[in-house]
Design a protein around this ligand. Structure first.
Ligand SMILES: O=C(O)CCC(=O)C(=O)O
Length: 220
């Protein structure tokens, strides 16, 4: 494991290479492939244009709120959660695991995970292939691309979590700033979050703009 503090570029951004081994990666992918996927017409989030799974809680992209508590995260993810906690990457154990599958030509629109619903640390583990994650400051537009290598964990806290949108393009080939060329292929990500509220309180969302941030990512 190699921890890279990218805080000079965006405060609160950390990238950890080799967070899981190749064997663990294969096991994690095998576990999720034995379970049902949602999206692409399948409930409980049929409108999603990519396949997803959720553990711990069910978040509805359509209603913009948590609908159900499933219970503890499944035991197959325990070693990863233990590693997260032993490196103090989250203040509390995650109670939501979102699995996203991106095939060639699939990405996720720039968004900030709803501050009222999810806790101060958002972590995402990249499996099967790498991609570029673009971070764009919500007001200044300052933007950087970060390569998320296969089997790495990206950690978003502080500025990176609250003030920068993160997104992944649909491009089939991506070129990083340093010239690295990334041929996009199937990628499965595991996003770990702490759900702190089931819905955005009306006073925090008076203009409805909070929900839009997350809405956009749901359909792309
Ligand atoms: O795939 C990823 O690494 C990020 C996923 C994400 O941002 C999300 O589902 O909110």
């Amino acid at each position: 494991m190699k921890i890279r503090d990218l805080g000079q570029e965006i405060p609160g951004l950390i990238l950890i290479d080799d967070f899981v081994t190749e064997k663990e990666e294969a096991e994690l992918v095998d576990q999720v492939n034995q379970r049902p996927w949602s999206g692409l017409g399948q409930g409980p989030n049929p409108e999603l244009k990519r396949r997803t799974q959720q553990y711990g809680h069910l978040f509805s992209y359509r209603y913009r709120k948590v609908l159900e508590e499933y219970g503890p995260l499944p035991s197959f993810i325990d070693p990863v959660v233990q590693r997260i906690m032993s490196h103090q990457l989250m203040p509390e154990s995650p109670n939501h695991l979102l699995v996203n599958e991106y095939n060639e030509g699939q990405g996720i629109m720039p968004h900030i995970d709803a501050p009222a619903l999810f806790g101060p640390a958002i972590l995402s583990l990249s499996l099967l292939s790498a991609c570029l994650m673009k971070f764009t400051h919500a007001t200044t537009g300052h933007s950087i691309d970060v390569i998320l290598p296969r089997r790495s964990m990206v950690v978003l806290t502080g500025n990176a979590r609250y003030n920068y949108k993160h997104g992944i393009s649909k491009d089939l080939v991506e070129t990083a700033l340093d010239g690295t060329i990334i041929q996009r292929a199937q990628r499965i990500s595991f996003t770990f979050r702490q759900i702190i509220a089931w819905e955005v309180p009306p006073e925090a969302d008076g203009c409805g703009c909070h929900s839009n941030k997350d809405d956009k990512k749901s359909i792309d």
